[in-house]
Design a protein around this ligand. Structure first.
Ligand SMILES: O=C(O)CCC(=O)C(=O)O
Length: 292
């Protein structure tokens, strides 16, 4: 359960960390599954796993990836292909936390594993998740589970407190680029705080909170599981950017026969071809492609 102070922190700052949500056994099982995928990636020289609802690759590789030095950076919707992930993300203890912030009725939307393995350059540009998957209202959040101890050294993500009340364009020259304008980088870097977590901690972050992060400069992996949940009465305004076979599934409470509308404007974007948001944000350094 989140305390009253935790809920206030989320409402005021746009994020909060619930400690020790995943137990040692769950972490071990999730890491073992992921280790198997990293091993499997050694046999591929380009993004692979097109058994997804939109045909995009489930397994996204950074440039420089090879059998000797695997650089898997993203797995789209691990819950679609692994009961270990599905069981955790739909567990009562997790959806109850989510429900305290967007509930009582909650839908699963999508999930992904974001990896910053030692020696990779993976970084994440400043962005707001809601822009990727606009909904009729703002009761939507990302739950980010640390699979490793996460610090500034191994590339923790950074959040901009209070930015969930702000709106920024994620377009450049009219084209969706999935990150805010470079002129804002210094301001966000100044305002942002690092989300330092122990393995098993779960950060709950509002879908409008500006966040991003730098590369892993350590010799330790930084692996996180990210899951988007929405209130049952929040309906998508665009097709999901990372569609899951379970997108829209009720994981707590009951379905809503209505869409609740929030007054205001939301920037809409065109569909993009990249397998993951790393490519969209300009990190074209995907295995099998030339770096820009
Ligand atoms: O991997 C990270 O550090 C953050 C990922 C992220 O911002 C996202 O997937 O929206």
């Amino acid at each position: 359960m989140l305390s009253r102070a935790d809920v206030i922190h989320y409402r005021e700052q746009g994020w909060v960390v619930a400690p020790a949500v995943a137990g040692a056994g769950e972490l071990e099982a999730m890491r073992a599954e992921l280790d198997r995928w990293i091993e499997e990636s050694r046999g591929h020289d380009a993004n692979y796993g097109h058994d997804t609802p939109d045909g995009k690759a489930r397994f996204d590789l950074e440039a420089g990836h090879g059998a000797e030095r695997p650089r898997l950076r993203r797995v789209a919707n691990p819950a679609d292909v692994s009961t270990v992930y599905r069981d955790f993300l739909w567990s009562e203890k997790v959806v109850d936390l989510v429900a305290q912030l967007v509930g009582p009725d909650v839908k699963f939307y999508d999930c992904k594993l974001n990896l910053k393995l030692p020696g990779t350059d993976t970084h994440v540009g400043w962005h707001q998740d809601h822009v990727y998957d606009p909904h009729t209202n703002d009761d939507m959040l990302a739950a980010l589970l640390a699979l490793d101890d996460v610090s500034e050294e191994n590339g923790c993500f950074w959040v901009v407190p209070g930015s969930h009340r702000e709106r920024y364009s994620h377009k450049r020259d009219g084209r969706f680029v999935g990150e805010t304008a470079p002129e804002l980088d210094a301001e966000f870097a100044h305002r942002a705080v690092p989300v330092v977590c122990a393995a098993g901690d779960l950060c709950l972050m509002h879908s409008w909170t500006v966040h991003g992060g730098g590369p892993n400069r350590s010799d330790r992996p930084r692996r996180i599981l990210i899951c988007d949940y929405v209130a049952a009465d929040a309906w998508p305004l665009l097709p999901p950017t990372v569609p899951s076979r379970y997108s829209g599934r009720i994981v707590r409470g009951k379905p809503s026969p209505v869409a609740r509308l929030r007054e205001g404007e939301i920037e809409m974007h065109e569909a993009y071809d990249d397998d993951s948001f790393f490519g969209l944000q300009g990190q074209k350094k995907t295995a099998g492609e030339d770096a820009p």
